[in-house]
Design a binder for this molecule. Structure first.
Ligand SMILES: CC(C)(COP(=O)(O)OP(=O)(O)OC[C@H]1O[C@@H](n2cnc3c(N)ncnc32)[C@H](O)[C@@H]1OP(=O)(O)O)[C@@H](O)C(=O)NCCC(=O)NCCS
Length: 138
């Protein structure tokens, strides 16, 4: 398997973005997924060069001065546990450094995963409007 990593949407269209948001009751469509990637400040995509399909992605929102937030990281189920998620995190952290703050919110089960990259646990506050889970058109 040959995986390519890229940091832009060059050559990517919505049809290459299927299968993500596993387990979400109201997942964003592929088109909305494309829009959120386009609206993010920094992205890293993992692409299976044999199928030309995006198989993993990570996004960051940043002020470019002090702070960045990583809202989304996902690797398609068939491609998990092969180091792709780790590579996405390593690459986006490298692109964001040396910002002072890099934050994300995750489930307890993923604390160990993120600790591998030098992140540590802190209390987060969050809000979700589940009526808006599928996203809105830009
Ligand atoms: C989290 C996620 C991106 C990891 O991607 P991945 O490509 O499987 O990650 P890697 O192969 O680099 O895994 C690195 C290590 O973390 C561990 N790990 C991966 N996902 C894990 C999980 N959900 N829970 C606990 N450990 C996990 C792996 O076992 C692996 O350990 P190893 O190196 O000892 O084998 C992937 O499981 C995923 O897309 N999950 C659903 C979406 C999600 O939870 N995103 C994070 C939102 S904060």
């Amino acid at each position: 398997m040959s995986i390519r990593y890229q940091t832009s949407l060059d050559g990517i269209d919505a049809s290459m973005l299927s299968g993500f948001f596993v387990g979400w009751p109201h997942p964003p469509s592929s088109e909305t997924h494309y829009d959120l990637l386009a609206g993010s400040d920094v992205i890293v995509l993992a692409i299976d060069e044999e199928t030309d399909r995006v198989i993993g992605f990570v996004t960051a929102i940043t002020d470019g001065v002090l702070c960045a937030y990583l809202p989304l990281l996902e690797v398609l189920p068939d491609y998990q546990k092969r180091g792709i998620g780790s590579e996405l995190v390593r690459r986006i952290l490298k692109m964001l450094r040396p910002l002072y703050m890099i934050d994300l919110v995750c489930d307890d089960r993923l604390v160990g995963f993120y600790e591998r990259f030098g992140l540590w646990s802190a209390t987060a506050m969050c809000q979700r409007d589940f009526d808006s889970q599928a996203g809105r058109s830009r």
